[in-house]
Design a protein around this ligand. Structure first.
Ligand SMILES: Nc1ncnc2c1ncn2[C@@H]1O[C@H](COP(=O)(O)OP(=O)(O)OP(=O)(O)O)[C@@H](O)[C@H]1O
Ligand SMILES: CC(=O)N[C@H]1[C@@H]2OC[C@@H](O2)[C@@H](O)[C@@H]1O[C@H](C)C(=O)O
Length: 369
């Protein structure tokens, strides 16, 4: 059992960009954040990335999934053994497939990597498989960071509604009202995935330039947005859905086809505008206009994307560092915080975050043998 009061927890995230594993320490009692600790990053080697890429879209038991799980477990065992202060671990795993609406079969979500194996290797309790029970109970299984974002807003001393925007492979927002007492209170949070963010930009850069990303948004800044392609993108039925709603990395698989006739710079500018316009479309769902949008995830380092966002929003769009938080580690920190919540029997999602019918605590706890 976890000792009462605040404990140091380590959380990990291996995101949709498949670049590597983030791990970070958080001191929490499951409700408040008391402190943030060290963090670390362990990139996947090219051969590991290939194994993960090959398993994208696959479900447990299918070809390549076991090899992917081994890559994930090995990388996490390495990085987590260095964070020895943690008395509990929140292991997200690597999402390979996500179909909470049952579009390809049963409703389900798949994060590769076995937390029980990690608990054995590390000799510490591991909380994992955070998303499955939410999906089983009718929720989207994502996003799960919102309750953590609420705690962050309190930690940062915010006193008015604000938005946390994560720009990873996919974009997701949490609107929070820090004047509420707890994240599970009605009106405290509203969260949903906004649309594709960096994933299509990265795909374009890989195909056209053999590069991993549009560094700083430099290529997009040279190009012109193709308005017809942008409008076509905004006709996607995802934008008509009410939140909560979540996306699989492949849901917008036609993005590159939309820009296939454009120059590299115009294509980059257009995909960047699409990511920003998707965030702006999501703004229609905010219950109260936010005082600011705090941006986390790798997309905040893309100047073209930040400019495209600011031109579309009516409030300041700022990197999350402006309120003293770490935009590279926020998702890993979220799963540290959520691990403590799970261990304490507190809910991790609810109707306003994943659309699940009631507040629920997801996650399995594996103890070392
Ligand atoms: N300096 C930079 N310039 C431009 N883009 C960048 C820069 N640094 C990171 N990015 C973009 O951010 C991405 C990584 O973001 P992040 O680590 O937040 O994503 P993730 O956690 O893998 O994804 P998700 O949050 O969807 O799971 C990179 O793949 C790249 O597209
Ligand atoms: C199914 C899944 O892994 N979703 C991720 C992904 O990456 C960003 C976005 O899509 C978000 O829905 C989620 O991650 C964050 C950490 C979340 O659950 O809050």
């Amino acid at each position: 059992m976890l000792k009462p009061g605040p404990v140091w927890a380590a959380g990990t995230m291996s995101g949709t960009s498949l670049d590597g594993v983030d791990a970070a320490l958080v001191l929490s009692d499951g409700e408040r954040i008391l402190d943030f600790g060290r963090s670390d990053y362990r990139p996947y080697a090219p051969a590991e990335r290939d194994i993960l890429h090959a398993a994208l879209g696959r479900w447990p038991g299918e070809d390549g999934v076991e090899a992917a799980a081994e890559v994930v477990e090995t990388a996490h065992a390495e990085i987590l053994s260095g964070l020895s202060e943690a008395s509990i671990i929140g292991f997200h795993g690597q999402t390979l497939a996500h179909d909470p609406d049952g579009r390809q079969g049963p409703r389900r979500t798949h994060q590769a990597g076995d937390g029980a194996v990690l608990a054995e290797v590390l000799g510490r309790p591991v909380v994992w498989d955070f998303r499955s029970s939410d999906v089983e109970m009718g929720g989207q299984g994502a996003p799960l960071a919102p309750f953590f974002h609420f705690a962050c807003a309190k930690y940062a001393g915010l006193d008015a509604p604000a938005v946390f925007l994560n720009l990873g492979g996919v974009g997701n927002v949490t609107w929070v009202d820090p004047r509420q007492a707890a994240p599970e209170m009605p009106g405290a949070v509203l969260a949903f995935d906004t649309g594709p963010a960096n994933a299509p930009i990265n795909d374009l850069m890989r195909i056209r330039r053999k590069l991993d990303q549009d560094e700083g948004g430099a290529l997009a800044l040279e190009g012109r947005v193709d308005e017809a392609a942008l409008q076509g993108f905004l006709e996607h039925r995802y934008f008509l859905r009410m939140p909560p709603k979540s996306l699989d990395r492949n849901d917008f698989h036609d993005m590159l086809a939309r820009v296939s006739d454009l120059s590299d710079a115009d294509a980059a500018a257009t995909l960047t505008a699409c990511a920003a316009a998707a965030v702006a479309r999501g703004g229609e769902h905010y219950p109260i206009p936010p005082s600011a949008i705090y941006v986390t995830g790798g997309g905040r380092l893309n100047a073209a994307l930040m400019v495209a966002l600011q031109t579309r929003m009516n409030c300041p769009v700022q990197p999350i560092e402006d309120i003293g938080l770490d935009g590279d580690m926020l998702e890993a920190q979220a799963f540290a915080y959520l691990a403590v919540r799970v261990a304490r029997g507190l809910p991790t999602s609810g109707p306003s975050t994943t659309g699940v019918g009631a507040l629920i605590g997801g996650g399995k706890i594996s103890q070392p043998g």
